[in-house]
Design a binder for this molecule. Structure first.
Ligand code: NDP
Length: 310
């Protein structure tokens, strides 16, 4: 029963060294092997991976664990047909992304990014009296209230913000004052100083924020996207930023990654660009290992898997 063999795909090195994960799984009831490439699946029961490869479909796998929370790059129907279970790493990023988003909010409110931008020219410039504000008493609207969303709402509540949230299931959440469903999205964002996107990318959330939603936002509002680039109509966002329809944006994810050199987003002073790193933390491998361990126990006991997507 302990004979499960798990391969670690080289792509996990995008997030942490594969050897770190092997170490973290050292005493788990599983044989862990490194993989040389996509097709190096002989004898493997499961694969832990960052990227998807078609070679997984032809292999004799029963389980794929993705080290990301968002599995929008995986062909769910094909995996289902092949009888391969897919689990994601939702649940591990709440603290890291929550801290990053609080950081963006503080940068905009306290103008920290502006002072940093002024350093190369040795520019000492006190902000105009109206440029700075405090987060306390401002409203944030968080769209998607899972691990990421609640990592944001609990921190926002902690610094005294008013918190609105959007999700399909209107179950109350302690750190959310006003709960909306997706059909009321424009209403939910209308009063917010910050709109934070923390939903999975799906058919329903593709281009969720476009020209209409941006127009519904306040002209002193900031958009934060730590979900997936496809959740925002990026051209409409650039237009809204250039026209001053909103005050700025902090973006960790983009329609194309890495963000191409010629993207106008690099140049806009009121835009903070981060390299899909909102969830980065040295604890990442350990947290993923804990999820894998949990599912090894469940496989042994014949239980359903945690974080199962397919
Ligand atoms: P969860 O599954 O924990 O949460 C997703 C939330 O979105 C749920 O609250 C769900 O609630 C809500 N939701 C789903 N569909 C909609 C919709 N149409 N409108 C409004 N709310 C919706 O996922 P995580 O929080 O772990 O991750 C969310 C996404 O963030 C990932 O899929 C990934 O793409 C991205 N991500 C980005 C990272 C980064 O580094 N930038 C790191 C980790 C994740 P309900 O079902 O009630 O609607």
């Amino acid at each position: 029963e302990d004979g499960l063999v798990l391969g670690i795909h080289p792509s996990v090195s995008e997030l942490f060294p594969p050897s770190k994960l092997r170490e973290e799984l050292g005493d788990a009831p599983v044989v862990v092997e490194g993989m040389d490439g996509d097709a190096d699946t002989d004898g493997l029961d499961g694969v832990v991976t960052f990227t998807y490869s078609e070679a997984f479909l032809d292999a004799d796998l029963q389980w794929i664990h993705c080290v990301l929370a968002g599995v929008d790059a995986f062909p769910l129907d094909d995996l289902e047909r092949a009888g391969i279970r897919l689990t994601n790493s939702s649940g591990v990023h709440g603290d890291a992304v929550g801290d990053t988003v609080l950081g963006y909010l503080l940068q905009f409110a306290r103008r920290l990014h502006v002072y940093r931008d002024n350093e190369p020219e040795r520019t000492w410039r006190y902000p105009d009296w109206h440029e700075t504000f405090t987060l306390s008493g401002e409203t944030v609207c968080v769209v998607g209230l899972g691990t990421l969303g609640q990592g944001v709402t609990s921190r926002a509540q902690g610094v005294g913000m008013d918190v609105a949230g959007v999700r399909r299931t209107p179950t109350p959440i302690p750190s959310v004052d006003d709960l909306y469903t997706p059909d009321a999205l424009t209403e939910a964002v209308a009063d917010a100083r910050f709109v934070v996107l923390t939903v999975p990318l799906s058919e329903r959330t593709r281009d969720l924020v476009g020209a209409d939603e941006l127009a519904a936002m306040r002209d002193d509002a900031y958009l934060v996207n730590v979900a997936r680039g496809g959740v925002v109509d990026q051209d409409a966002l650039v237009d809204a930023l250039e026209a001053g329809e909103i005050a700025g944006a902090a973006l960790d994810v983009f329609e194309e990654e890495p963000l191409p050199d010629d993207s106008p987003l690099w140049e806009l002073e009121n835009v903070i660009v981060t390299p899909h790193a909102a969830g980065a933390t040295r604890d990442y491998a350990g947290r993923v290992a804990a999820l894998i361990r949990e599912n090894l126990t469940r496989i042994r006991d014949g239980d359903s898997l945690a974080n199962q997507v397919v």
